[in-house]
Write a protein that binds this ligand. Structure first.
Ligand code: COA
Length: 338
């Protein structure tokens, strides 16, 4: 091809397959009652969570990601060799480097793929989805794996009742491919960052500012620290704002949506956003009761729940939305093409 030429029009991208994985071990609210001063009824009422899945010692984010990716590729009959790029959204990489995407590329046997990790906490999956979408739309690649995976239990203090009740471990992978003739697939994204909120949800230790030391461990700096109320207020406001703005920009109303598949941080945040959008509960996908907040894993895990419940069908308009540490805010409008 002439190096000065560029493709004239963007292609369209679609999600062509989905695979998810959660580790088998379950931690119920009753189990947590034995570990910290909390009650099943309090957790259920304030968050909507009944139980979450946690890894056993020695199981890392790459292990969950590889299993989700294998299931995703097998469903579509695609061999790992055909994958051209792997983007992993995570805040709990196996290690600081190499990137978890490299570890997954190797374990999966995706010999022709390049890849990288993307750090955007609970918005990681929607951010990675946009990056993967652009790789398809520009014609750069034809098969991109976008994976949201986190082992939150590796950074949670199980003596801190304000955080240990919320999080779980899990992963979900989608395959992005060019849409076929007549298909729409990915439509639009709207993302935002408000870095002034960084201090309300973060892990202070282990990076270049506070490298790991006996002191950082003694001060519990390698755990999640959260001001729950500050995060809650921001999330309620921003989830509504970003979803309303994205729908308005595309001339879509809540009634046009087949499904709203939000990040699962707190049932009350989801319900309040859905009410603002005028969506009845049958079209709002909630599985936080079974998995808790798996950070980058929640949206693909919720897609899986929607499919299993027969609430997600080809041709439906679907809205994804998330708010998380950073603060990060993200939303995506797409047409489901599977
Ligand atoms: N069990 C029992 N009581 C608890 C508790 C627990 N696990 N955690 C906190 N409490 C107590 C508090 O100590 C407080 O007691 P007090 O009134 O005597 O001081 C009371 O419950 C209310 O605490 P508060 O923090 O105001 O509760 P809340 O209704 O805000 O719920 C969260 C706490 C964390 C569930 C809620 O703030 C939340 O979901 N925030 C957003 C978190 C989030 O989404 N994070 C991820 C972003 S991606």
């Amino acid at each position: 091809m002439n190096p000065d030429q560029r493709p004239k029009a963007l292609l369209r991208a679609k999600i062509s397959s989905l695979g998810t994985y959660v580790p088998p071990r379950v931690l119920t609210n009753a189990d947590l009652e034995k570990m910290v001063d909390t009650q099943d009824a309090w957790i259920l009422e304030r968050t909507g969570i009944r139980e979450r899945h946690l890894v056993d010692k020695g199981v890392a984010t790459s292990d969950l990601a590889v299993e989700a990716a294998r299931r995703c590729l097998a469903k579509r009959g695609v061999s790992p060799d055909e994958v051209e790029a792997i983007i992993i959204a995570t805040v709990t990489p196996d290690m600081l480097f190499p990137a978890t995407a490299c570890l997954v590329q190797n374990k999966l046997g995706a010999h022709h793929a390049w890849g990288f990790d993307l750090s955007a906490a609970c918005c990681g999956f929607v951010y990675a989805l946009q990056v993967g979408t652009k790789l398809i739309e520009t014609g750069a690649h034809k098969k991109v794996l976008v994976i949201g995976a986190d082992v939150m239990s590796s950074i949670i203090d199980y003596t801190d009742r304000s955080t240990c009740i919320i999080f779980g471990d899990g992963a979900g992978a989608v395959l992005l491919e060019p849409a076929a003739e007549g298909e729409t697939g990915m439509i639009d994204f709207m993302h935002e960052v408000d870095g002034s909120g960084g201090e309300f949800l973060y892990m202070p230790g282990g990076g270049s500012l506070h490298p790991p030391s006996a002191e950082t461990v003694a001060q519990k700096m390698h755990y999640v620290h959260q001001d729950g109320q500050a995060v809650y207020k921001f999330a309620v406001r921003k989830m509504s704002e970003v979803t309303e703005n994205l729908l308005a920009r595309n001339g879509v109303e809540g009634k046009d949506l087949g499904a709203f598949i939000p990040h699962q941080a707190n049932r009350r945040i989801i319900v309040s956003t859905a009410e603002r959008l005028g969506m009845d509960s049958s079209r709002v996908i909630i599985n936080i009761d079974r998995f808790g907040n798996t950070t980058a894993g929640t949206i693909p895990l919720a897609m899986q729940t929607a499919l299993e419940d027969d609430r997600l069908h080809k041709g439906q308009l679907v809205l994804l939305a998330s708010v998380g540490a950073g603060y990060t805010v993200g939303a995506c409008l797409l047409r489901w093409e599977m």
